[in-house]
Design a protein around this ligand. Structure first.
Ligand code: AMP
Length: 489
């Protein structure tokens, strides 16, 4: 199937051709015709499946009749609203809107917290047809009457599951109450929980359900590998893997902001260029860290789940779980950063004994056994002779810390309280905090028995084959033994 078979306008086909896309991805092939027909859609698709183009292209097509080069703001009311959980995702979605809409005279803007509101107000005043927003900042604008949503006819909730995880449900409901009842609505979510279904029931009318093989789409192209390693040795092992395998672009996940900061700092000290990205960093810092990483100026980006949510990094070859996520669904999200758009990727998890339960929960969810690397010489040395000296063991039980479920502190000019934050703390469900005893997923995709496919059995393979002769290979991978007399140096 080609894009022209989908009935998209020539302006869109030209923009698609500019991107070099030859055929629609499965989610695009299913969602685009339904959206073009004006139907509501509920789609189970995560980042990496091409979902953004899946809703942006037909949305632009449906708004074509309103394209206008008039300078009058009155000719540019907000007609489409796209809500996303994070600032990065909002910025990326708007990039896609601009990319696919470059031959169409429709205006777009993005509004999110953590930056000054004034430039956003100016842009909104000038008039935009397509508005991409995070819920908190949008409510600020609604409160200040700097945006009018009374002509919205097209609504997208992107990564709806994460928005609920972040406690945005009350904000979303308030926003929905300001929209016209007659509109087309789309809901995209990587997972389906009862909460998501409840939201879909309120939001969607007779929706077409689009499900792409989300889990397989990750697993088909991603190889998984687990290293059993004591906590205190994780950083050395990571540094070693990055250096010995000449990894150039690695997205590393930590469960806490402090952990991410500390690891980035230490990796940098070890001579591996690294930066941290999490919600306590300013938007400018986050954007810069991401840009440096995408351009290859920084080899390692250490991220927490929320900050990395929805990140679209083209051809990202490696994802490392420095800490295993407490929620097995987050493993799927994290791993989904690599192996995108048909590229191959590798997901490496450094797992200490304390994380065995988390590993078991992930394997239960995926209904596969993740391939495990044999303990190598590296770990054996660490276990038998942990390095002395000034290095503070990282295996020490971490101090209780806020995790990333909570959205960022508003920065810049003081704004209305609690905007850009989820309503009520009780609403907040940090995936990590809530999941030390991982909840059973209600997503049928997860609870359905796993049917092994050719691709799956082929693809779930160790990144570096640890099978026969593995010990030799592993030993060769790791650092040479430190002579006994130097071990305490
Ligand atoms: P998304 O799931 O929207 O985050 O998209 C994942 C990646 O796939 C992005 O880098 C898109 O540019 C890319 N992409 C989207 N549609 C296609 C397509 N039809 N063919 C190839 N790549 C695509």
């Amino acid at each position: 199937m080609s894009f022209s078979d989908l009935g998209l306008a020539p302006e869109l086909l030209r923009a698609i051709a500019d991107q070099g896309y030859t055929e629609p991805t499965p989610v695009q092939a299913k969602a685009i015709p339904a959206i073009l027909q004006g139907q509501d859609v509920m789609a189970a698709a995560q980042t990496g499946t091409g979902k953004t183009a899946g809703f942006t292209l037909p949305m632009l097509h449906r708004l074509l009749e309103f394209a206008s080069t008039s300078v009058s703001p009155a000719r540019h009311p907000v007609r489409a609203l796209i809500l996303t959980p994070t600032r990065e995702l909002a910025a990326q979605v708007q990039d896609s809107v601009k990319t696919y809409g470059k031959y169409i005279a429709l205006r777009s803007a993005v509004v999110y917290g953590g930056v000054h509101i004034d430039p956003q107000i100016a842009e909104l005043r000038a008039g935009v047809e397509i508005l991409v927003a995070t819920p908190g900042r949008l409510l600020d604008h609604l409160g200040q009457k700097t945006v009018n949503l009374s002509q919205v006819q097209f609504l997208v909730l992107d990564e709806a599951d994460r928005m609920l995880d972040m406690g945005f449900l009350p904000d979303i409901k308030r926003i929905l109450s300001t929209l016209p009842a007659k509109r087309q609505s789309l809901l995209f979510s990587a997972t389906y929980s009862d909460e998501i279904r409840g939201l879909a029931k309120q939001l969607l009318t007779d929706p077409v359900s689009v499900e792409v093989a989300r889990r397989n789409s990750v697993i088909e192209t991603v190889t998984h590998l687990v290293y059993k390693v004591e906590s205190a040795a994780k950083r050395d092992l990571l540094t070693h893997l990055i250096k010995s395998r000449d990894m150039r672009q690695v997205l590393v996940f930590c469960n806490t902001k402090i952990g991410a900061n500390r690891l980035a700092y230490k990796l940098d000290k070890d001579g591996v260029g690294a930066a941290a990205i999490h919600s306590d960093r300013t938007q400018g810092e986050r954007m810069l860290a991401l840009a440096d990483f995408k351009e290859g100026k920084t080899k390692v980006l250490v991220a927490t789940d929320i900050a990395a949510r929805g990140l679209d990094i083209e051809q990202l070859p490696f994802v490392v779980n420095f800490d295993l996520p407490g929620s097995p669904e987050d493993y799927v999200h994290r791993v989904g950063r690599t192996g995108r758009a048909g590229m191959t990727g590798e997901a490496i998890s450094l797992v200490s004994d304390a994380e065995n339960d988390d590993l078991a929960a992930i394997e239960k969810l995926l209904k596969i056994k993740l391939p495990m690397q044999e303990p190598g010489q590296f770990e054996r040395e660490r276990v038998s002779a942990p390095r002395g000296g000034s290095r503070r063991p990282e295996g020490r039980p971490p101090r209780p810390e806020r995790t990333e479920g909570r959205p960022p502190r508003p920065e810049g000019r003081p704004e209305a309280p609690h905007r850009d934050q989820p309503a009520g703390r009780h609403e907040h469900r940090s995936s990590y905090a809530s999941s030390r005893a991982p909840a059973q997923s209600t997503d049928p995709l997860f609870s359905k028995p796993y049917i092994p496919s050719g691709e799956m059995t082929q693809s779930v393979k160790p990144a570096a084959p640890p099978s026969r002769g593995a010990k030799k290979q592993v030993a060769a991978l790791f650092l040479p033994p430190v002579p006994a007399e130097k071990q305490d140096a």
